[in-house]
Design a protein around this ligand. Structure first.
Ligand SMILES: C[S@@+](CC[C@H](N)C(=O)[O-])C[C@H]1O[C@@H](n2cnc3c(N)ncnc32)[C@H](O)[C@@H]1O
Length: 232
């Protein structure tokens, strides 16, 4: 992981109460900086304990604005602000059918599950076996059973449950894999970090699919791990 200063692994010392206070403080910070705006996403971020998705050796750093390493090859839990950044931009809402490429820790999946509610659907795909097992355990321990977890190459999406209202890629690609655009409902939105040719920076891009085609809008610059597999 280049570009981020990751703190060294250590034995966890913080209590649940200390982490709860840090979570509330982080939420106030996210609101103040304009990342977090809607009640439904705020409630989800208040409810889901991010520390339950972070490896013990990094647990004390749960609420720092850095991505933290996960078991597996090049996997991370993204920094806290990236979740409201993605989900507010997508307009993720009650009843949505949501597809996530890059399950990672399972934290983003748990948040999405809270946001879409019981009439919605959450599908998440992870390519790395070790990371997949880590996320599956985290979600199970945190009580999230109504999520569809798929071990495979997310570039191909998951056509069995398509079309999706919203799709989120959490690894940087050179261009959006065509199966994902095909599996996006007309009127739906897809958000993804996209590499710029010959440059180190990446754009976070929102794609909107309509009858007339796909419109793209750059939201900001980001730094994500690379998409692996056939479309990497
Ligand atoms: C930034 S991390 C994901 C963060 C995650 N959303 C979370 O909340 O922890 C990106 C993840 O994408 C996974 N990944 C990379 N290429 C993939 C692919 N083709 N299909 C599915 N997952 C992929 C990586 O293994 C890694 O776990």
């Amino acid at each position: 992981m280049t570009g981020w200063k990751i703190p060294p692994p250590k034995r966890p010392t913080k209590t649940e109460e200390e982490l709860r206070k840090e979570r509330e403080k982080k939420l106030r910070w996210l609101v103040k900086h304009g990342y977090l705006r809607s009640e439904r996403i705020k409630n989800a971020m208040l409810k889901v304990k991010r520390e339950d998705f972070v490896p013990d050796a990094y647990r004390d750093y749960t609420y720092l604005e850095v991505p933290l390493p996960l078991p597996g090859e090049e996997a991370t839990i993204s920094c806290p602000h990236s979740y409201p950044l993605f989900y507010e931009s997508l307009g993720l809402d009650r009843g949505d059918k949501f597809l996530e490429i890059g399950l990672g820790s399972g934290y983003g999946t748990a948040l999405a599950r809270e946001i879409v509610g019981s009439n919605g659907l959450v599908v998440s795909i992870e390519i790395d076996q070790l990371t997949f097992e880590f996320a599956r355990r985290n979600l199970e321990n945190a009580g999230y059973r109504y999520v569809v977890l798929v071990k495979g190459d997310g570039g191909f999406g998951y056509p069995e449950l398509s079309p999706y209202d919203k799709i989120c890629m959490t690894a940087v690609c050179n261009g959006i894999p065509s199966p994902l655009l095909e599996q996006l409902r007309t009127g739906g939105r897809l958000i993804a970090p996209v590499r710029k040719p010959w440059k180190d920076v990446q754009d976070l891009v929102m794609f909107e699919k309509s009858e007339r085609g796909v419109k793209a809008e750059v939201i900001c610059q980001v730094l994500y791990v690379s998409l692996r597999g056939s479309y990497g």
